[in-house]
Design a protein around this ligand. Structure first.
Ligand SMILES: [Ca+2]
Length: 190
């Protein structure tokens, strides 16, 4: 059965390739990285209209998850976060100084291991809001020591500059943060 499906997929691909030669796309220009098929433009997320020329912001934007893919080995001033073992990672979503969501404590995190805060239900974001995805080391007594990630997300600014993405990856530019990575997943409603 698996082979049969593969064959079907292959013949479908051949048909598509063949029809592209005379599919009415010669005079069609799809804007904003839209793709033409049989004379019709298929638009990337966020783009609409016959030729993908119209951009729309989502009417609803939801945060599904925040993954920390890496954190620095040392504090910005030098020295480890935990003297005896690995840092205990907590992931926070912060807006206007308020913690909107917080992960469990991932104890003795191996630094290269990806840890994910899943928002269930998803967290609705304000297009004009500014969100900080923070990592922290959890210490005895509930003390959180901030680990710089430089992951600041302003949806409207982001869309204005980069268009729509399903996934946003933050790579800090601050050289005092040797390695830190945060990856978020979003859901859009138009
Ligand atoms: Ca700790």
């Amino acid at each position: 059965m698996k082979n049969w499906i593969t064959l079907l997929g292959l013949s479908g691909l051949l048909l598509l390739t063949g029809s592209c030669l005379k599919d009415g796309c010669e005079d069609v220009v799809c804007l904003n990285n839209g793709a033409c098929l049989e004379g019709t433009c298929f638009c990337p997320l966020g783009y609409f209209g016959e030729f993908c020329g119209e951009f729309r912001y989502p009417t609803k934007l939801e945060l599904l998850s925040v993954a920390v893919t890496a954190v620095p080995n040392e504090k910005p001033g030098g020295g480890p976060y935990d003297l005896l073992d690995e840092p205990d990672l907590v992931i926070q979503v912060i807006n206007d100084g308020q913690v909107l969501a917080e992960s469990e404590v991932f104890e003795n995190t191996i630094l290269v291991d990806e840890k994910t805060l899943i928002l269930d239900p998803p967290l609705e974001l304000d297009l004009d809001g500014t969100y900080v995805f923070e990592a922290a080391d959890y210490d005895e007594g509930g003390i959180l020591e901030k680990i710089p990630t430089a992951a600041v997300f302003s949806p409207r600014l982001y869309f204005d500059n980069f268009g729509m993405f399903f996934q946003v990856v933050f790579i800090p530019e601050n050289p005092t943060v040797p390695t830190a990575g945060v990856k978020i997943e979003l859901a859009y409603t138009f």
